[in-house]
Structure formats: structure tokens, C-alpha cells
Design a protein around this ligand. Structure first.
Ligand code: AMP
Ligand code: MG
Length: 306
């Protein structure tokens, strides 16, 4: 498979078609955020419920602030982590540039400046905001390679950009900055500790801000997933973590490195699933730093409420 150039992708976006977009987190299925027909195609292609709002990807902080209303803390977060894997939910300023359907009718909007150079090239050539949820069909693991992305929703795109394997491998951290309160809505690769170093203690999503679309069963392969497993049962594949746990080819990280485990997580879940195992067992992952995001995705893959 060979990909299209950012310029060809930008042309496809301008004519209302979908684009396979590489980002540093996972591959996205992208559309012009201001075009309701194009955005509707994303919901159809993914089978995504329409109450689940999309993230608008923009070129820089200035662009973000033309769409959303940032207070000082939102601005401090943008300055600290953009371009990069942090999404900020803030009151919507411009309801046209990110249409109602993309926001699921909310008065807030989620914005992010991605770090991947090819994502940035597409957005720059397009010149507007691009909504880009993960390119998987709804509920399945996010694709972190070009081939996995094309297998999931490639049939729906007018252009596809190959950006290589995603360096981060889990979705962006989502924080809301509303009414002066900063809350963590979804853990991701920017860790709680890193965010708290900039804006102080975070509120939990239960305390005030809700995040629609955080479904209990999500990111799930076909095989049942069993977490916190010390050993594999008969017929299960064990995804190990740390030295000497399970087979090397199925290790999330042989040295117990959380960044490496995040980068490998969805790819290994998919590869394990392809062997049609009785189940997929996953070793315990420490619940610190990036481990919070990994455990969040694993709990949802296993069908637990997060
Ligand atoms: P994704 O599924 O990766 O496209 O990420 C989108 C997620 O961001 C949604 O499932 C929501 O949890 C969150 N989100 C997006 N927009 C908003 C919003 N306006 N308010 C709260 N959460 C949002
Ligand atoms: Mg997703």
C-alpha cells in the first residue's frame, strides 16, 4: 500500500471526502469539521453513535482559540503540550468551523494541535479544522499502523496518508477547562502528573464535567480480554509486561517500559486476535504515569466500566 500526499489529502477534504490521517497517537479518519455531510460520513463509516463528539484538529494555538474560548489555564496547557497528544475541551466560540454534528450539539468543543508532521502538513494544506476520531470501526481497538487503519475503514476514504507506525499508540489525553475547573475526561499519553505540574490538582470527570461517548466496552478485539493475569490459561495468548513474562513476541515491553507498552498495545491486541485465541490475557501494568491510560484502555477492552 502506498499513501497519498498531504496535498491530495487536503483536496479530498475540501470536496467533503474522508481522509486516512496519521497522527502521533493513532490513525484518524478525518473530515472537514465545518461540513456536516462530511462529518456524517465519519459516523456512518465508524458506526459511531451520534452522541459521541469528535475532536477538532487545528494547525496552532491561535487557530484553536478562534474556535474555542480559552481561559488562562487552557492557554497554559496549550503552551505546555502543543503540538502533542493533549485535547482541550472548552466553550465553543465558532459554531460553524466545528459544526453541531461534530460537537454532538454541545456548547463545548474539543480541540488539539497534533504533533505528527504529516498530520500537520495535511491540516496546513487544507487550511481549516479537521475532525479525526480513531479510524477503527466503533468499539474496536484503534489502528496504530497504516495497514491496520486501511483494513478498518480504508474503503470509506478518498485519500490516505501513510505516516508510518504511530509513536505514542494510545489516544490523546482529554481535559476539560470549563467554568474555571480543569477535569481529566480521558487518561492518555500526557500523564496526570504532567498536567498537574502545569495547572494544579485535577478534578475527576465525575465531578461536574461529563464526557459523552466514554463507553464501557470499547477498544475491544473479538476475543475476550482478561486483565491483571499472572499466567495464560489453556488457549489464551498472554500479552506480557516486564522481563521473563510470556513469549517475547507477545511482550508489550520486555523491559517494563510504559512508553513502549503504549506504542505496542493496540497492534499486539490486533495481532493476538488474528490468531483466533480462546482469549487474550494481559499481565498487570503499573498504574502510574502512562500506565493509567494503558489500564483505562485495557479495562474497557475487557468490558469493565471505567
Ligand atoms: P475520540 O473518540 O478519540 O475521537 O475522542 C473523542 C472523545 O473526546 C469523546 O469520546 C469524548 O469523550 C471527548 N469529547 C469530545 N468533545 C467533547 C466535548 N465537547 N465535551 C466532552 N468530551 C468531549
Ligand atoms: Mg476512538
Amino acid at each position: 500500500m502506498t499513501g497519498d500526499t498531504p496535498e491530495i489529502a487536503a483536496e479530498a477534504l475540501k470536496t467533503g471526502r474522508l481522509v486516512m490521517l496519521p497522527t502521533e497517537t493513532v490513525y484518524g479518519l478525518a473530515a472537514d469539521a465545518s461540513n456536516p455531510q462530511a462529518v456524517a460520513r465519519i459516523f456512518e463509516a465508524k458506526g459511531r453513535p451520534r452522541f459521541n463528539p469528535l475532536i477538532a484538529h487545528v494547525a496552532n494555538g491561535l487557530d484553536a482559540e478562534s474556535i474555542a474560548v480559552f481561559d488562562e489555564r487552557a492557554r497554559a496547557l496549550a503552551e505546555a503540550f502543543w503540538p502533542g497528544p493533549l485535547t482541550i475541551v472548552a466553550p465553543v466560540r465558532d459554531r460553524e468551523r466545528v459544526c453541531d454534528l461534530a460537537r454532538a450539539g454541545l456548547d463545548s468543543v474539543a480541540v488539539r494541535v497534533p504533533g505528527h508532521p504529516r498530520a500537520r502538513a495535511v491540516i496546513a494544506a487544507f487550511g481549516g479544522a479537521v475532525v479525526a476520531p480513531s479510524a477503527n470501526r466503533s468499539g474496536r481497538p484503534s489502528p496504530t499502523t497504516f495497514d491496520d487503519a486501511m483494513e478498518e475503514t480504508g474503503q470509506f476514504v478518498g485519500a490516505a496518508v501513510d505516516g508510518g507506525p504511530c509513536a505514542v499508540g494510545v489516544e490523546s489525553t482529554v481535559v476539560s477547562v470549563l467554568d474555571g475547573v480543569v477535569a481529566l475526561l480521558r487518561p492518555g499519553s500526557v500523564t496526570r502528573e504532567e498536567i498537574e505540574a502545569v495547572v494544579g490538582p485535577l478534578a475527576e470527570s465525575g465531578q461536574g464535567h461529563r464526557s459523552p461517548g466514554r463507553l464501557a466496552l470499547h477498544y475491544a478485539p473479538d476475543a475476550p480480554v482478561r486483565i491483571e493475569a499472572e499466567t495464560a490459561n489453556e488457549g489464551e495468548v498472554l500479552l506480557g509486561f516486564g522481563p521473563g513474562v510470556g513469549e517475547a513476541r507477545w511482550s508489550l515491553s520486555p523491559n517494563g517500559d510504559l512508553r513502549e507498552a503504549a506504542a505496542n498495545l493496540f497492534r499486539l491486541l490486533r495481532e493476538a486476535d488474528r490468531t483466533r485465541p480462546v482469549g487474550i490475557a494481559v499481565s498487570p501494568i503499573p498504574h502510574k504515569g502512562l500506565g493509567e491510560a494503558i489500564n483505562d484502555r485495557l479495562r474497557r477492552a475487557a468490558g469493565f466500566v471505567g
